[in-house]
Design a protein around this ligand. Sequence first.
Ligand code: NAI
Ligand code: HPV
Length: 411
Amino acid sequence: MKRTSYPKEDIKVLLLEGVSRSALDTFRQAGYSQIEFHEKSLPEDELRERIADAHIVGIRSRTHLTAGVLAEARRLIAVGCFCIGTNQVDTAEAERLGVPVFNAPYSNTRSVAELVIAETIMLVRRIPEKNAECHRGGWSKSAAGSFEVRDKVLGIVGYGHIGTQVGVLAESLGMRVIFHDVEAKLSLGNARPAASLDDLLERADVVTLHVPETPQTRNLIGAAELARMRPGSMLVNASRGTVVDIDALAAALRSKHLAGAAIDVFPVEPKGNDDPFVSPLVGMDNVILTPHVGGSTAEAQENIGIEVASKLVRYSDNGSTLSAVNFPEVSLPGHPTSRRLLHIHRNIPGVLSRVNEVFSRAAVNIDGQYLQTSSQVGYVVIDVSTTEEHAAALRNELAAIEGTLRARALY
Ligand SMILES: NC(=O)C1=CN([C@@H]2O[C@H](COP(=O)(O)OP(=O)(O)OC[C@H]3O[C@@H](n4cnc5c(N)ncnc54)[C@H](O)[C@@H]3O)[C@@H](O)[C@H]2O)C=CC1
Ligand SMILES: O=C(O)C(=O)COP(=O)(O)O
């Protein structure tokens, strides 16, 4: 079997936060044997230590890959977020370092949407309070304040993958769907865009949030927005904890302006299952609290494991960066007869001509060349007909070019 500079068995894969076994299987089937698996996220000092010699790192939403942590990861070639959100990674810094970040943009979409629909029905029927009362030995059979969801207005903030799925499921129950997004979106079914966020808040019986964590969505729902919501309406948040001012929400629930809430994500979440959960919402009977499990179903986790591990394997084996969230995207064919060299560099004038000089000096036949750039980074892939040793020497020459971020020779 032909191979070049780096034996596959020496590539270290660090998997955290109990990603699905399907991820391990995918790596093993592709020939990767050095896999370190942790059920939990690691404390930052241990993370810095473990990441130092990892080539591939897989995380979920809890592990923060900050610029400081990434600086320790000198061998890192790629990051996999085994989830949808990538806000926990400094993706701009990863790009600057020449490290693509992959995620699973749709694998748990349905799981979140189902949970949101279930919670909407529960809230509108006042089940959380009734459940809590029965558990305390109470019994108050009454229809007061309980409604069908049919014909009620669901307001979806963030009409992306999850928001649209929620809308479709809600319409199948006979709800009327309105949405607000910062981008123009195609309405599915009979869903209608609201004139503005305020308009949505004023009209919806239940508001559900499906925006990413960004500086713009921080405290998107604060005291003023909660005050705009209809008296007796309800809020569902399974997006990110930073999107809602949690103290303002607690106050709106206490004053009974809001009749209930279902919250899956929190501004501060426990680091692990053994850590305590602290929130101003604890103890409120009309609030459904869940420990960030919107995407935690067997189906979603299994699919995510395969999807993200496959993307990492494909990048490691073949160089393809298709669907990377922070990186120039190239989809590459196989290279059965050539050696493949990858060169990632700062996008500054002159680098490409120096790359080409290396090959013209070497007088090798170039079988294929692929280039994609972003404003920060250039990614060039060169297939050449040559020996393993020569490819390794060419890789070293490429690595010496000023502006190089990463240079690799593939199998
Ligand atoms: N609770 C959980 O376990 C899970 C939570 N999530 C969270 O859900 C979020 C949404 O996921 P997807 O629907 O897949 O993302 P998406 O990217 O498909 O949709 C997000 C939508 O929000 C819109 N948006 C962005 N900023 C906005 C703003 N300021 N106001 C209104 N709309 C805005 C975007 O234009 C986009 O249409 C993820 O970013 C993640 O944080 C995702 C999966 C599981
Ligand atoms: O997919 C996401 O963005 C989520 O929030 C799910 O995160 P998790 O994999 O459950 O840590």
